[in-house]
Design a binder for this molecule. Structure first.
Ligand code: C5P
Length: 202
């Protein structure tokens, strides 16, 4: 079974997805980490992003390994986040990563988090959730995580959102049938309860 959790940066996807996976005892797939790995590899080694995406080895778990190297912290840096949203515009990169993600999701029970999980990666997901929060709350959370100025984070996030919803990919669009959850001002546990209840109802 697959639970798809999509939504914009800072909406609370990662916290919700991790906690739901822990509660259910299921595996957690962070697809954003894969785009971040491609961006980091391209920044470090150069090369055509789609070729890099097709050839790098990404291992996701407690730590993120890129060709065997621990990049868990390196991929969280703001320039890598920006790079990720740029390489993610390349259809060849998306094809390569979606293929990897679909292979991963074929076995077992997963909570998968991203932008296009319910629309593209796992359209047959049994539970689809689209998580949002106000722009100010999203920027505040990201700024607290990164120890940065909220106004600066808000500006960068707006740029990233624009790229994420531009052109033909529109990865920020909610899938038909997705349950919208606005996490603004809500406690994490409360949101997790709601998603787990959706899973149990299936
Ligand atoms: O979720 P996270 O902030 O780690 O994602 C980094 C970037 O990767 C996003 O801004 C987005 O451009 C891209 N991404 C994507 N599709 C996904 C996951 C992430 O395009 N499924």
């Amino acid at each position: 079974m697959v639970v798809a959790i999509d939504g914009p940066a800072g909406a609370g996807k990662s916290s919700v997805a991790r906690a739901v996976a822990a509660r259910l005892g299921w595996a957690y797939l962070d697809t954003g980490a894969m785009y971040r790995c491609v961006a980091l590899a391209v920044a470090e080694r150069g090369g055509e992003p789609s070729a890099v995406a097709a050839t790098i080895d990404i291992e996701l778990g407690d730590r993120v390994l890129l060709d065997g190297r621990d990049v868990t912290e390196a991929i969280r840096r703001p320039p890598v986040a920006e790079g990720a949203s740029k390489v993610a515009m390349d259809p060849g990169v998306r094809r390569a990563l979606v293929t990897k993600q679909q292979a991963i999701l074929r076995t077992g029970d997963w909570v998968a988090e991203g932008r296009d999980i319910a629309l593209v990666v796992a359209p047959d997901a049994e539970v689809k959730v689209f998580v949002t929060a106000s722009a100010e709350e999203r920027a505040r959370r990201r700024a607290a995580d990164l120890g940065r100025d909220p106004a600066d984070v808000l500006r960068r996030m707006a740029d990233r959102d624009r790229r994420d919803s531009s052109g033909e990919r529109s990865v920020l669009a909610p899938a038909p049938g997705a349950v919208h959850i606005d996490t603004t001002g809500r406690a994490l546990d409360d949101v997790v309860d709601e998603v787990v209840a959706l899973v149990e109802a299936r």
